[in-house]
Structures are given as C-alpha cells and as structure tokens.
Write a protein that binds this ligand. Structure first.
Ligand code: ADP
Ligand code: MG
Length: 177
C-alpha cells in the first residue's frame, strides 16, 4: 500500500471537486474502495468522481439499499455500498462481484470497500475520508487520504499532480484557527 497524497477539504463542494479531479484520472478496470464512517462524505466524493468520469452527478444516490448502481459516462461506473450487507463477501460472491471488480471496461467505486475483504482486486485504490474534528467545532473539514496498491509509479505521479490543490499545503505545523 502506497500513500498517494493527503488533501483537506472544507465543505462538500470541495470534496466533490476533488472527487472530480480523481475521476478524471481513472481508467477502465480501476477499483476504488471508499473508507470512512457514516456521514464522512463517501457519497459526496462519489458524486464528484462520477462527474469526473463524465456521468451525470445528479444520478448519483447512495446505493445503500440497492447495493449497486450503474452510471454511464466516458466509461461505465459501478457504485456500490456494502454497509447493509450482513456478510459482504458472501453476498458479493452471490451477485457475481467479478462484473464490478474484474471488468476491463468499467470503474468500480465501493463505499465501505474494506468490507469486500479479499474480494478486492490486488490492484486498487483506497480513499479514506476522516472528519477533522480535533480542536475544532467546525463540522465541515475532512481529511482525504489517497492510497494505492499495485499501481505503476507513473500513475501515482500523475495522480499526485492532478490532486494537488491550493488547500492541500497549509503552512506546516500551525493549524489555522
Ligand atoms: P457517507 O456516504 O460517507 O455516509 P455522505 O456523503 O452521504 O456520507 O454525507 C456527508 C455529509 O457531510 C453531507 O451531508 C455533507 O453535506 C456533509 N459534509 C460537510 N462537510 C463535508 C466535506 N468537507 N466533505 C464532504 N461532506 C461534507
Ligand atoms: Mg454513502
């Protein structure tokens, strides 16, 4: 697992915009696990990714009750949510997870992706979203940590360049109050 980059956002629009930048870099066959508590911003980020892939972000709803939704952009996007599954690996096996995780023509975005366990392909991305609540009563700050497994150095470099945003590099040490 390689750290790609860490970015802080201050509001849902910024998280979605970051998702769109990320989505623009995604290629058919990519699988992205979105990790974070309820309300962290996984669906907000997914909406941005959909936009970056050329899908209509207005179509993007949480697939909590449907398990998987599908959007068509420059590539097909499968959007999954494993939150409600009692036995995620078993149920993914039952619905034919290969269609989502092993497709050379589509991208898969998986909320609660860590619950897919060993079914996640050996090459994938992880985006962890954490609420930044420490020492702040502001509820709109999020830390997004992008990680990669089994990706080429070239792609990591490309992603780092794409995800660089002005918000990313606050002065070291001092947290603005
Ligand atoms: P999840 O899918 O992780 O359960 P959602 O994306 O559905 O979470 O919801 C995130 C909630 O947090 C939304 O109501 C959104 O408006 C709010 N929010 C506040 N600040 C941010 C931020 N910086 N990034 C993303 N969402 C934020
Ligand atoms: Mg969600």
């Amino acid at each position: 697992m390689t750290l790609v980059t860490r970015v802080t956002t201050s509001g849902p629009e910024e998280t979605a915009a970051l998702g769109a930048l990320f989505g623009k870099c995604l290629e058919p066959g990519d699988v992205v696990a979105l990790i974070g508590d309820l309300g962290a911003g996984k669906t907000v980020f997914a909406r941005g990714v959909a936009r970056g892939l050329g899908c209509d972000p207005r179509d993007v709803q949480s697939p909590t009750f449907t398990l998987v939704r599908e959007y068509q952009g420059r590539v097909r996007l499968y959007h999954l949510d494993l939150y409600r599954l009692d036995d995620p690996e078993e149920e993914l096996l039952a619905i034919g997870y290969e269609e989502f995780f092993d497709s050379p023509t589509s991208v898969a975005l998986v909320e609660w992706g860590e619950r897919a366990g060993t079914l996640l392909p050996s090459a994938h991305f992880e985006v962890c979203i954490e609420k930044e609540t420490l020492g702040s009563c502001d509820d709109s700050k999020r830390l997004l940590i992008f990680k990669a497994v089994g990706q080429t150095e070239e792609r990591l470099t490309e992603l780092r360049a794409a995800l660089k945003s002005p918000e990313e590099t606050p002065a070291k040490g001092g947290r603005a109050r």
